[in-house]
Structure formats: C-alpha cells, structure tokens
Design a protein around this ligand. Structure first.
Ligand code: F6P
Length: 368
C-alpha cells in the first residue's frame, strides 16, 4: 500500500516526530510512504516536476529530535483557507483536480495531513472530492478543540519560560518593566502557561479584557512593595480597548498579529514613569528541537494515523484525550477553537498567587 504525508501551515516542534512515527508504523506493515514537499503544494506535482520523496526508516532515522520539518511547509500558496471557527475555504477547482490526479497517479490509498484548523479544513475539502484523508492536529497555539494538547505547544511554553528567566535578571538590574510578547493568535495558552512558569507579574491574553488603568495599578502596587523588576507577558492577540494591534500585513488572508509589546511598552513608560523595554519572542517559540513530551506525542500521533488508515477511518483525525490518542471526525475537530476560559481553574490559580490579568478583579489580587 502507498500512503502520502504532508505538513501544512506554520511549523511546530514535533513535526518530524510525527513523520518518523508514521514512517516507522507504515514500514512495519510493508507500506511505502510518499512525503510531499511544502505542504499541499506538493500535491501539485507533475511527472516533470515531482515534489515528493519516498520516506524510509533510514532517511527518517531519529528525526524526532529535530526542529522544523524535513518536508518543508507553507501557509501560503494555491490552497487558500481562512482559519477560525467560521473558516472559509477557497480552493480553485483546477487545484483540487490536480491534487486528485497526483494521488491517483501515485496510487496513494491515504493521505495524512498534519496541520492546524486551517489545514484540516483544506483536508476536509479534499475529503469532499473523494480523497482518503487522515488528520494529525498541529499548532503551537494549542487552540484546537479536538485535542487536549497539540505537539509543539509545550516546547513553545518552555521557550517562553526560559526567556522570562533571562529577561528577569536584566530587568532586575535596571529596575525596569519588561514587556514580553508571545505567540498564540487568538488563544492565550502560551502566555498563560509560559507566564506562570516564568513568574510573570501580569499576563495579558485575548480572552480576558484588560485596561491600562488596572495594569498600571498592579505595577504601582508591586513597586510600592519594593519589587525591582516587573514582567508583563502579553499575547500577540490581546486587545487594547477591543483593538487588535497588527503588523498591517496578511498571510493567507489572515492579518499578521504582532506589535502589541512595543505599543504597551511606550504607554507603560509614560503612565508609570518607570523605564520600560520590550522583547518579542516571535519565531524562537516555533524553532529548535522539541522537548520530550512533544517528541513522544508526535511519534504517537504519526503511528496512530497509520492505524486509522489500516482501519479505513478516513475523514478522521487523531487527537490526545487525557493520556490516550483517540480518533474523531475532522469536522468535529475544527468546529470549535479551544480558548482559555475566563473562570478556568488555571486563571483562578494564577490570580491566587498574585498574577494580574489587567482586569479590575485581579489588579489588587494575590498574597499582598
Ligand atoms: O499559528 C502558529 C503561529 O505561530 C501563530 O502563533 C502566529 O501568529 C503565526 O503562526 C505566525 O505565522 P508566520 O510564521 O506566518 O509569521
């Protein structure tokens, strides 16, 4: 049997682990794996311009420890999709036809799509034209409702936490406010877990509305208590007065987020008269080697995808449910974004230990 695999959308640490897991499980069954280059674009192969390679246990040996993806990926190209709850798919008919022709020409019995909600929605479109698709959820943002955690997320959280440790010492030396911008799009998970792990004083996320007044109150309170450095972690998708800060650029029809740390930094320095600097962690959160959890999750997801193919469970995606890898319809998986609940235990716990979310309730919260 021949099966294909592709990565799509932004990369995430653990993609190579998924590939290695799938290749090992497929090879054990005597199957051949075609790895498509650069996301769905690889499906636009022609005999004159093949955009795939055969993946073997030899050329995938121990790639689970490496970052990025050996196949390449893209969030641009011919397969345009707008991600989100009301995702809109716009794939030209000739692109769909050519994808189908490639799958038929190579005699693929299944195609594994490793991607976030946008990519899974593209996978569904391919499913609708009859292609045997199996999904593997991927994103550092951890915003997929289908799965408890996506691989890459905990690596990103680790990067945030390690960097907060570094930024704290320099902020302490200079008695500064340090505003640290992290990824996550419209979900605050990276900021919340990274901020909690790294001891942030304030965590500003898209799901909890904050006011400058309450942010300043918290900073003044900490200063009055003699704290030298103030660490503010802010999600790229957090809003100021309901307004997103963007880079005025688009990727696949979505606005590129970013810039809120610079904006906040200037504001805070003016409002508090405390020297303020900012740091945008950006793609450091996506690059580099995956941590053990993401490697293990990745290889498990890859191997489970092969099991779904064997059972003929097409149109399904693998998902982590507590400690098990389960399967569910892709439709279900992309229906709802997984966002931080304002009244979640995690938010409550953070408030208990003195973290402010810049909302009125937590400005004075904590052990003081
Ligand atoms: O979805 C993953 C993600 O890293 C987001 O957190 C971020 O907004 C976006 O991708 C960045 O995308 P790009 O690589 O196109 O800049």
């Amino acid at each position: 049997m021949n099966v294909g695999i592709l990565n799509s959308g932004g990369d995430a640490p653990g993609l190579n682990a998924v590939i290695e897991g799938a290749v090992a499980a497929a090879t054990a069954r005597g199957w051949t794996v075609y790895g498509f280059y650069d996301g769905f674009e690889g499906l636009l192969s022609t005999p004159e311009d093949e955009r795939w390679k055969i993946l073997t246990t030899e050329n995938c040996h121990n790639i689970r420890s490496t970052g990025g993806t050996i196949l390449g990926t893209t969030n641009k190209g011919h397969f345009t999709v707008k991600s989100g709850v009301d995702g809109r798919v716009e794939i030209a008919k000739e692109v769909l036809d050519q994808s189908k022709a490639t799958v038929e020409r190579l005699g693929l019995s299944a195609l594994i799509v490793v991607g976030g909600d946008g990519s899974q929605t593209i996978g569904l479109e391919l499913r609708h034209i009859g292609l045997p698709i199996v999904g593997v959820p991927k994103t550092i943002d951890n915003d997929l409702g289908a799965t408890d955690y996506t691989f890459g997320f905990w690596t990103a959280v680790g990067v945030v936490s390690q960097n907060l440790d570094r930024l704290r010492t320099t902020a302490d030396s200079h008695q500064r406010i340090m505003v640290v911008e992290v990824m996550g799009r419209h979900a605050g998970w990276i900021a919340l877990y990274g901020g909690l792990a790294g001891g942030a004083d304030l965590i500003l996320i898209p799901e909890i509305e904050f006011t400058m007044e309450d942010v300043v109150k918290k900073i003044e309170l900490l200063k009055a208590l003699g704290q030298r450095e103030i660490i503010v972690v802010v999600s790229e998708g957090a809003r100021i007065g309901g307004q997103l800060i963007t880079l005025n650029e688009e990727t696949k029809g979505e606005v590129r987020l970013g810039g809120i740390a610079a904006f906040l930094s200037t504001k805070l320095q003016t409002l508090t008269d405390i020297e303020t600097r900012y740091c945008v962690l950006g793609h450091t959160q996506r690059g580099g080697s995956p941590i053990p959890f993401d490697r293990v999750l990745g290889v498990r997801c890859g191997a489970k995808a092969i099991e779904l193919i064997e059972k003929g469970e097409f149109g399904h995606t693998v998902a982590l449910s507590r400690t098990d890898i389960v399967s569910m319809p892709i439709e279900e998986a992309v229906k709802k974004l997984h966002l931080v609940g304002e009244d979640s235990q995690l938010v409550d716990a953070a408030k208990e230990i003195g973290v402010s979310f810049g909302d009125t309730h937590s400005a004075y919260g904590g052990p003081f």
